[in-house]
Write a protein that binds this ligand. Structure first.
Ligand code: NAD
Length: 249
């Protein structure tokens, strides 16, 4: 078991990639706290995933609540892995049509939410001299993404705060990495589309991926598992692109 006796705190654990990571981590022996602003979704994760999984209600925008949740996890179970995965996207929109409220919401959740998770976790991990923080960025954080400029800006920020913090806390025994998924079949890219629209769009997009398909949540979760595990003991500050080869085509 690759995460035996470890504890992971996963945000956005109620759906998609966060639920898949919860499943993967728990299957490898970790105790997992699946946190989500959608508490019912987090509970569903805790009830459906085999292993020691606990649901927690958390809005990543609320630093005090985040700090309390991380503190309680550390006190109750220990703390080894923090996956800052909660995030939102916006519909493809030209820059001038994206309202300020949507922009603020993206920054608050995708950027400050990750900042909050790092700020809550790193002092604790530093003082114990070990830990792995994983931030979910996006392929859109490392390549240009027309009409997704605000989302792409937030994910670029996640990539670079990951590098900066990795350099800051490496000597304390703590690793910080990012995962950058290409389009992955979760509720996020399907949102606002009928099943037929999504099927048509997914098969069009899949043809642009060298590996011939879109990502599955478990593809991304497997990369997260590697970064969480001791197999990645000498890997920090990286933005691991998991995109079926899209970015090299
Ligand atoms: P998803 O919509 O299935 O899951 C996101 C989860 O985050 C949901 O359960 C939602 O309730 C939760 N969440 C949203 N706002 C929150 C908040 N303020 N506090 C706490 N939880 C909150 O989406 P997903 O595809 O699993 O996305 C997970 C991460 O992966 C996101 O950061 C997303 O940007 C990133 N990502 C996804 C894709 C993709 O194609 N699916 C590609 C690249 C990156």
């Amino acid at each position: 078991m690759r995460l035996q006796d470890k504890t992971a705190f996963v945000t956005g654990g109620g759906s998609g990639i966060g639920r898949a990571a919860t499943e993967r981590f728990a299957a490898e022996g970790a105790t997992v706290v699946a946190a989500d602003v959608d508490y019912e979704a987090a509970v569903e994760t805790a009830e459906t995933v085999d292993g020691d999984v606990f649901a927690h209600e958390l809005d990543v925008r609320d630093f005090e609540a985040f700090d309390d949740a991380i503190g309680a996890t550390a006190d109750d179970h220990g703390l080894d892995i923090v996956l800052n995965n909660a995030g939102i996207m916006h519909d493809p929109t030209p820059m001038e049509d994206l309202g300020r409220d949507a922009l603020d919401r993206l920054i608050d959740i995708n950027v400050k939410g990750v900042w909050n998770g790092c700020a809550a976790a790193l002092p604790r991990l530093k003082s114990q001299g070990s830990g792995s923080v994983i931030n979910t960025a996006s392929l859109a954080g490392v390549i240009g993404s027309p009409r997704l400029s605000a989302y792409s800006m937030t994910k670029g920020a996640v990539v670079n705060v990951t590098r900066s913090l990795a350099a800051e806390v490496g000597s304390d025994g703590v690793r910080v990495n990012a995962v950058c998924p290409g389009v992955t079949e979760t509720p996020m890219p399907k949102s606002g589309r009928s099943d037929e629209e999504w099927e048509e769009m997914a098969s069009r997009m899949a043809a642009e991926y060298p590996l011939g398909r879109l990502g599955r949540p478990e593809d991304v979760a497997n990369a997260m598992l590697f970064l969480a595990s001791d197999e990645a003991a000498w890997v920090t500050g990286q933005a691991l692109v998991v995109d079926g080869g899209f970015s090299c085509a």
